[in-house]
Design a binder for this molecule. Sequence first.
Ligand code: G4P
Length: 190
Amino acid sequence: MDLLKDKILKDGIALNSEVLKVDSFINHQVDVNLMKEIGIEFANYFRNKNITKVFTIETSGIAPAVFTSLELNVPLVILKKQNSKILNDNFYTTEVKSFTKNTTYNLTLSKNYIDTNDNILIIDDFLANGEAAKGAIKLIENANAKVAGIGIVIEKAFQPGRNFLEASGYDIYSLARIKSLDNTKINFID
Ligand code: G4P
């Protein structure tokens, strides 16, 4: 998506060869006009897949997911990173390890917001190692619902997330695929 790539080149900062800082338009301040266009782009790609719900993971997946669900006219469900103390039998839960942040959290989903007829589009801001996406998939499949596809705003293609998810047969649509961040230079896969 050229609009997004131009924005990344203009305002993104390669902190090092692994991490792209996009605080000024995705992770902290949010460019809602860009998010709206991103939502339209995801919706157009997945429109004929009979999506029943959009799922995302708090926090930074929420903005692009809102506009995608609005455009597809389906509910949005936010998977939460919750403290295990509040969990009970009414939740699906799975542990997710973040290699980038070196943290572990419980990703949770209330059983009230999914059923076996659901065909779900997962939207997230970054795909790195794929752990968050794997966690979301696990919750959906534990509920015997289907994953219709995965929409990613920024994919770090030099990390293994896509390979694993593709090998498992999921349809991944990334709007910007980063080949490398070496020497503070941002390179895309065309
Ligand atoms: P994975 O899910 O693909 O395995 O990614 P990983 O655990 O490595 O990433 C954990 C968190 O770090 C996620 O945010 C992810 O969006 C973010 N992240 C990964 N790589 C980058 C990067 O290059 N730049 C930025 N800005 N973020 C990155 P999170 O903890 O879920 O945070 P948030 O959604 O609450 O903001």
